[in-house]
Write a protein that binds this ligand. Structure first.
Ligand code: UT7
Length: 392
């Protein structure tokens, strides 16, 4: 039976500190006009303190993750904290939409079940409706909570402050998840979220039907920026977004991805600063993505015109506009949010999903009734894409 990914909930977390283009214009040979015209970016959220790179700014997150010594890090802006905040919001949103999913409701249901059977204990018989009610409440009573249903936690990131432990493992306990969970980070730079989705899709199909995967994109790119380099510093931002997925019977999702060895186009140098051949990366994106999107449509036996939304990695609005022109499709099908958050690498696509979820464009049912493409490109060079087709 073919299975498809179903988006159950989203949540996002952004640092509070907003840095606009003028901040860079006051320090570098650049301007608000250049940045807007050449990239579409107006502002970004940075976790690093503008008072001086290397220090940190207070974050919206009050959630510190305890270190082995029991101390909560002072820096509430680490990648793990952003990921945790986003995941908490995602699970909260899921619980609000699924009120039967909490321990509280399980307790009520269990009580109801006991009552239903107690009512009939003296007569040793029950009417059809009494049995149905009892079965219904018993089903709810035995259903697992979201925390127990999550089998996979995947964090797409390239900016974790520590090599180990990975970010994903640091989320299990604070989120109250069942420790029988496979949790790991995926580094495929800006393509990381799509690769994580492909991984989650394959893994979920091996699990019982009510299983869930928490797929997060989280980055603190400000710690990888050379603030004296105008060609990169103005482009990137920090943030995290979490998405919760199940699989259900439906048209099979189509993934197309690729990787080539090109380590000098986009990389971190010996000082861990992002360096990039901007024009070459631009060309890679504008030549690769239209081809891949066409291919997705062909394999999915759809016209590109039948695809409702193309969610593309938010690196540069000119890249996205060029792709919508190449496909001859209206810009409205290519939602953008990079004006307000810049390029957040692996967090870019889940942040866009979270925005579309909160403005009502996407919902659990909405996503199942839409044809949606997600596509990203990044260091490697790599690209990843998926076509999720509507239920017929
Ligand atoms: O997530 C994946 C990674 N990144 C990307 O996807 C980025 C892909 N590349 C791009 O988005 C664009 O190539 C950039 C935004 C990075 C640069 O835009 P561009 O239109 O390709 O500019 P360019 O590199 O061709 O540079 C044009 C001029 C150059 O000056 P000269 O040589 O013509 O005198 C640059 O030095 O613009 C200059 N320049 C700037 N000027 C003002 C480069 N950065 C800036 C800046 N402010 N911030």
């Amino acid at each position: 039976m073919d299975m498809k990914l179903v988006l159950e909930a989203c949540g996002k977390a952004l640092p509070e500190q907003i840095i606009d283009n003028d901040w860079f214009a006051a320090r570098l040979d650049t301007s608000d006009e250049w940045i807007r015209q050449r990239t579409g970016i107006r502002e970004r959220r940075l976790a690093i303190d503008i008072a001086g790179p290397g220090t940190v700014a207070p974050n919206s997150s009050q959630s510190g993750i305890a270190r082995p010594d029991g101390k909560i890090p002072i820096d509430g802006t680490q990648v793990a904290n952003l990921a945790l905040d986003a995941a908490r919001r995602c699970l909260k949103n899921f619980r609000e939409l699924n009120p039967t999913d909490s321990v509280y409701h399980t307790t009520i249901s269990a009580a109801g079940s006991d009552a239903a059977f107690a009512e009939n204990s003296d007569k040793n018989t029950a009417t059809a409706s009494e049995v149905a009610k009892a079965v219904d409440v018993a089903t709810v009573a035995t259903s697992l909570s979201v925390a127990e249903r999550i089998k996979y936690v995947l964090v797409a990131t390239m900016s974790a402050e520590q090599r180990m432990p990975n970010i994903a493992s640091q989320l299990i306990e604070p989120l109250g998840l069942n420790p029988n969970v496979l949790a790991f980070d995926i580094n495929a730079a800006c393509t990381g979220f799509v690769y994580s989705l492909e991984t989650a899709s394959a893994l979920l199909k091996t699990q019982p039907p009510d299983s869930l995967a928490l797929v997060i994109g989280a980055e603190r790119l400000s710690s990888l920026l050379d603030f004296s380099d105008r060609s990169t510093a103005v482009l990137f931002g920090d943030g995290a977004a979490a998405t919760l997925w199940s699989v259900e019977p439906g048209p099979k999702d189509i993934f197309i991805s690729g990787t080539e060895t090109a380590p000098l186009l986009l990389y971190t140098d010996a000082d861990q600063h992002i360096r990039m051949e901007g024009r070459a990366v631009f060309r890679y994106a504008t030549s690769t993505l239209p081809r891949v999107l066409q291919e997705l449509a062909e394999v999915g036996e759809l016209e590109t015109d039948a695809i409702d939304y193309f969610l593309l990695h938010q690196a540069n609005s000119r890249i996205i506009d060029s792709i919508s022109s190449r496909l001859n499709l209206p810009a409205e099908r290519f939602p953008q949010n990079l004006a307000l958050c810049g390029n957040t690498s692996a967090a870019s696509l889940p942040l866009l999903l979270a925005d579309l979820w909160s403005d009502g464009t996407l919902s659990r049912t909405g996503q199942q009734n839409l044809n949606i493409c997600l596509a990203a490109f990044g260091a490697g060079m790599s690209y990843g894409s998926v076509l999720m087709r509507r239920n017929s």
